[in-house]
Write a protein that binds this ligand. Structure first.
Ligand SMILES: [Zn+2]
Length: 271
């Protein structure tokens, strides 16, 4: 019993020490961050949604750039869709996906389980890298590009369409078409101008007749491998069934031969 008492005493003391030391560590940590913050200055208020910027970037990459590249057209820096206008572009390009559940910060090499934690890390540790002096934010074009569609993984119930908001978004959308693809610049710009109106702007109405992204999207590279896999699977299935067919035919022929044999056998029995 004395032994147990001593063990308990030892454990409780060591636990207390552990608790104190971890508390101290937390204190030191916060002190350290404070000094860093002092050195860097307080994080500037960023009035640009990272999430919406990401959604806009994805839409541009998927529903616009394949067509722009096809026309070999160069978007100018004055166009709000130019990568230069994305405040978070540099940070996004410093995301390294090591594994399915492993992300690395390209600035300081720290690793995270999820992309979301890496975003938080950028906000807390590398906010000084955001150049907020220019008024640039890709999320600003979200109204025109239907970002809500990209952000909702589950399409919510239809909310009542607001005609004023739809008109505003349409105006923003047409402005983008004019500034990014000026018709005067030539046939390629002219074609892309027309494409942009059909792809993004037509759907900004309350009639519900026009769907956004009506002109299609980037064809996924994965589709080729899917095609190969499905063809292989079909070929294997064909081989499998033809084998079964041949086998069953073989068995049938066998039983027929047996049937032919058995009546003679039966006839022989009574005699
Ligand atoms: Zn970092």
């Amino acid at each position: 019993m004395k032994w147990l008492g001593l063990l308990y005493l030892f454990l409780s003391v060591s636990l207390q020490f552990g608790g104190v030391s971890s508390k101290n560590q937390g204190h030191e940590d916060s002190a350290a961050t404070r000094t860093i913050k002092k050195e860097l200055g307080d994080p500037p208020e960023v009035h640009c949604s990272r999430e919406r910027s990401k959604a806009a970037w994805k839409i541009i990459q998927e529903y616009l750039m394949p067509f722009v590249e096809k026309e070999q057209y160069q978007i100018s820096r004055t166009c709000k869709l130019h990568p230069h206008n994305d405040l978070y572009r540099d940070q996004e390009e410093h995301k390294i996906q090591v594994d399915l559940n492993e992300w690395q910060c390209g600035y300081c090499k720290k690793r995270f389980y999820d992309d979301i934690f890496l975003d938080k890390h950028f906000d807390n540790r590398h906010y000084n890298l955001l150049n907020v002096s220019h008024t640039r934010c890709l999320a600003d074009v979200c109204g025109a590009l239907h970002c809500d569609l990209e952000m909702d993984s589950v399409p919510h119930k239809k909310t009542k369409c607001n005609p004023a908001a739809a008109a505003r978004n349409r105006h923003l959308c047409e402005g983008l078409a004019d500034s990014c693809f000026p018709v005067k610049q030539g046939p390629a710009a002219s074609r892309l101008h027309e494409f942009f109106l059909r792809q993004f702007c037509d759907a900004h109405t309350c009639t519900g007749r026009q769907k956004p992204f009506s002109q299609g999207r980037r064809k996924k590279r994965a589709s080729i491998s899917y095609l190969v896999i499905s063809i292989l699977t079909l070929a294997l299935l064909f081989l499998f069934y033809s084998y079964i067919y041949m086998y069953s035919r073989g068995v049938k022929r066998g039983t027929q031969e047996l049937k032919r044999v058995t009546p003679i056998g039966r006839k022989k029995k009574p005699s």
